[in-house]
Design a protein around this ligand. Structure first.
Ligand SMILES: [Zn+2]
Length: 443
C-alpha cells in the first residue's frame, strides 16, 4: 500500500513537471480579433487622438478617446466583480518643454490594475498608446486615425484585460494606455515616476507599439514574424557593474534582455505558429517607444511589434500621391495578426504573474575548475529552480536542468569559460520566473 502511494506521489509529481499549462491555451483561444477590430475601429473613429487635440468633445480628440478607454476598463472591471482598479494618471507638461509641446497640456494615461493575490506589489505592465500623429508632429486638428500606430497596441491592452480578468494571478498586472508618446514619451515618463513614487516593483513592461501591420515596406508579407526589442544592459548600471562585465560577462544579459527571452520562450512553447525575433537593441534605429522611460529608471521593459513596417502608413497625412495611398488607416490593419500579438502578451503576463519571484543575489563560481557552481537566495513560494546555460554566441537559453528546493548547485563537467549561465525559480504550478544572470562571483 505504501509503495502504491509512493507510486501515485511519483506519478503526480511527474505530471506536475508540467511543461505546459492548459489555462495558457485557453487564454490564447479566448483572445478575440473581432473585439480588437471593434476597439481599433472606435479609436480610429475619434478623428485625431493627438496629445494636444480637443479634450471637450465626446466624439473627437484625445479627451473623448481616453474617456472611452476608461469606460471600457470600467466595464471589464464590473464584469469581473470589480477586479480592476481603474484610474487616470496625469502630469502637466509645460509649453516649450520640447518643440513638440506648443502649449501647456495635461498628459493623461489610463490604467487598470488587477491586483495579485500573493505578491500585490509586484507588477507586470502591458502598455499601448492613446495618442496619434500625422506628417507634422505638431498638427493636432487634422484627421489622424492612428489605426496601427497605436490603436492596435491600445486595443490589445484592452483585450488582454478582458481575457485575463477572468483569472486570478499571484502578481499584479497593469493594462495601460499611455499618452504623449509622439510628443516625446511623456506618458511613459509620468507613469514610470508614478510607479517609483508608489514603491511598486515593476518586473516587466511589455510595450506594444504597432502590432497590426503584416505588409512590409520591404516587400515581405508575414503574419508570423514579430519583433521583441530589448536593450542589452540597463542605462542605470554603475561604473562598477560596467567594469566587472569586462571580466565576468553580461554584455547581452541585462534585465530587459531576460524579459525578452522570456516572451520569446513562452511564444515558442505555446504559439509555435509565430516567429518571434529577438532584436538586440533598445528600439528601431534612432527611433523611440514607451518602454524607454521605464528602462531609464531601471525597470525591465521591452517593445513588442510587427516585424515589417510600412512607412507610407505611419505618421502620414491622409492622401493619395503618385498612386500611393498614404495614412494610418483602419483598412491596413490585420486584426488576426493583432490578435496573435495580443495573445503573446497575455500568455507571457499570465505565466509571469503565476510564477514566483526570480531568485535574488545569484552568484557564480568555478574558475579553473571542471565544474560550475551557482548559489542564490531561496525564493519563498518556489518548489525548485532551473539552471540554464547557453553557448556564448546563442541568443536563447538552450540548455537547462531542473533541480529541487536548494540554494546552491554544482554543474559537473562543464567549463565556466565556454558558456553563459543563469537561474530561474519554479512555482508549484510549474510556472517559471525570468532567468537571472549572476551578479556576483565566489570561489
Ligand atoms: Zn508613432
Amino acid at each position: 500500500m505504501k509503495l502504491f502511494l509512493l507510486g501515485i506521489a511519483f506519478a503526480l509529481s511527474g505530471s506536475c513537471f508540467c511543461q505546459t499549462d492548459s489555462r495558457i491555451y485557453e487564454i490564447i483561444s479566448e483572445t478575440s480579433s473581432e473585439r480588437i477590430k471593434a476597439d481599433i475601429t472606435t479609436l480610429a473613429g475619434f478623428g485625431t487622438r493627438h496629445t494636444l487635440s480637443d479634450t471637450v468633445s465626446n466624439t473627437r480628440g484625445i479627451g473623448a478617446a481616453r474617456r472611452w478607454i476608461k469606460a471600457k476598463f470600467d466595464k471589464i472591471s464590473s464584469d469581473c466583480g470589480d477586479c480592476l482598479n481603474v484610474f487616470y494618471q496625469k502630469d502637466l507638461v509645460k509649453q516649450g518643454d520640447n518643440n513638440r509641446i506648443t502649449k501647456d497640456v495635461w498628459v493623461v494615461n489610463v490604467a487598470a490594475v488587477q491586483k495579485g493575490t500573493k505578491y500585490p506589489n509586484r507588477y507586470i505592465i502591458m502598455s499601448g498608446d492613446i495618442d496619434s500623429r500625422i506628417s507634422d508632429s505638431n498638427n493636432f486638428t487634422d484627421d489622424s486615425p492612428g489605426a496601427n500606430d497605436n490603436a492596435s497596441g491600445m486595443a490589445g491592452a484592452i483585450e488582454a484585460a478582458r481575457v485575463l480578468s477572468k483569472y486570478k494571478f499571484e502578481s499584479s498586472i497593469i493594462y495601460l494606455g499611455l499618452s504623449g508618446e509622439e510628443q516625446g514619451l511623456f506618458g511613459g515618463k509620468g507613469f514610470a515616476k508614478h510607479a517609483l513614487d508608489n514603491g511598486w516593483e515593476i518586473i516587466g513592461v511589455l510595450n506594444n507599439d504597432m502590432i497590426g501591420n503584416i505588409t512590409g515596406v520591404d516587400g515581405v508579407i508575414s503574419n508570423r514574424d514579430f519583433r521583441i526589442f530589448s536593450e542589452p544592459v540597463p542605462p542605470t548600471e554603475t561604473e562598477r557593474e560596467r567594469g566587472r562585465r569586462r571580466f565576468y560577462g553580461g554584455e547581452v544579459d541585462g534585465i530587459s534582455r531576460q524579459l525578452a527571452r522570456y516572451v520569446h520562450k513562452t511564444t515558442k512553447t505555446y504559439m509555435p505558429e509565430m516567429n518571434p525575433m529577438l532584436i538586440y537593441r533598445l528600439d528601431r534605429f534612432g527611433r523611440g517607444g514607451h518602454h524607454r522611460p521605464f528602462n531609464d529608471v531601471g525597470f525591465p521593459g521591452i517593445r513588442i511589434m510587427e516585424a515589417h513596417e510600412n512607412y507610407t502608413q505611419q505618421h502620414q497625412n491622409i492622401r493619395m500621391e503618385d498612386g500611393i495611398e498614404y495614412g494610418d488607416k483602419l483598412k491596413f490593419v490585420n486584426f488576426d495578426y493583432a490578435e496573435k500579438l495580443t495573445a503573446v502578451n497575455a500568455i507571457s503576463m499570465a505565466s509571469l504573474a503565476w510564477a514566483p519571484p526570480a531568485p535574488k543575489n545569484v552568484a557564480i563560481g568555478g574558475v579553473v575548475e571542471p565544474s560550475v557552481k551557482l548559489k542564490w537566495e531561496k525564493v519563498v513560494g518556489a518548489k525548485g529552480y532551473k539552471i540554464y546555460w547557453r553557448d556564448t554566441t546563442s541568443p536563447t537559453w538552450d540548455y537547462s536542468k531542473e533541480i529541487g528546493d536548494v540554494d546552491a548547485y554544482t554543474l559537473e563537467g562543464i567549463v565556466i569559460d565556454n558558456y553563459f549561465f543563469g537561474v530561474s525559480a519554479i512555482g508549484e504550478n510549474g510556472h517559471e520566473s525570468v532567468v537571472v544572470f549572476p551578479s556576483a562571483v565566489f570561489r
